[in-house]
Design a protein around this ligand. Structure first.
Ligand code: ZN
Length: 52
């Protein structure tokens, strides 16, 4: 099951959480909409808790 949280700003297609572009019109997503960014943030916070 894919997470589809965002709508494409161009065509309104519900985009997958992961992936760099809209699956319908292939417009590139803004960086903050990309799941990879969230994964990096979560990993960084997790590392901080491990160090404390
Ligand atoms: Zn689109």
């Amino acid at each position: 099951m894919a997470l589809r949280l965002f709508r494409c700003s161009d065509c309104g297609h519900r985009m997958r959480f992961f992936g760099a572009a809209c699956g319908n019109c292939f417009t590139r997503k803004p960086a903050f909409m990309r799941g990879e960014v969230l994964v990096v943030i979560v990993a960084a916070v997790g590392l901080l808790f491990l160090l404390l």
